[in-house]
Design a protein. Sequence first.
Length: 271
Amino acid sequence: MIGISLLTLVPRISGGSETYARALVRELARVGELEYRVFLPSIAPDAGGGLESIVASTYRASRTMPGRMAAMSLAAAFPGRIKRELELERLEAIHFPLSVMVPPLRHPPAVTSVLDIQHEVYPRFFSRAELAYRKLVYGWTVKRSQLVITISDYAKQALVERLGLAPDTVRVIYLAVDHEFFTPGSEKREPFLLYPANRWPHKNHERLFEAFALLRRERPELSLVLTGSGHERGQLPEGVQALGHVPLAELASLYRRAACLVFPSLYEGFG
């Protein structure tokens, strides 16, 4: 039995990490050749993707950053309760797709997917408390993982250089494309630019708005369409529309209909 821990999943907050984790379990349910058991937080009981799942009552999942930090701290300080509830000792191995190992383990053998280490490259994007916590959690995660999976050669290089991992313990497994959704269609192109990204500092929305204002002087018919969370805070510039989280089929349609995709992000594990 292989365990897959999604305990730290926060729906609609985890960004690309959530897409990665949900797609992973969904595809393992379809083509996986082993036995799997997914461990879920109470705030995402539907994330098992069709695999055998357990909702962990002993993990105090939260949607807020302070609450998430408290939940992970409690799990690290008292791991026994979660281990007993989830019967982790019966597993042959366990995978943590969401970059952090919670609870910290020495057994069973653990593999962790670390999609990026943005806090090492752009520490100014994090509060002092969050930065200290990320350094601690990512530190114990990579030290206790037999293997670390990452999504690009760039991300591997960062893990080796900044966290001191041995190169042979880091495996690059590139991201895939779901061709069922992301495929050419018959929609006509429309006069809008698309940027699908949560309103996080490294996504660089403020600079995008400056550039878009300059563009609108020459192309006033153009609009800018945003998806993702965080855009409800504050006023958006003229010509900018925020749709929030949209279903995958609608996102694919936006890609097909947009005049172009804009991508001003300052940092990505894979862009």
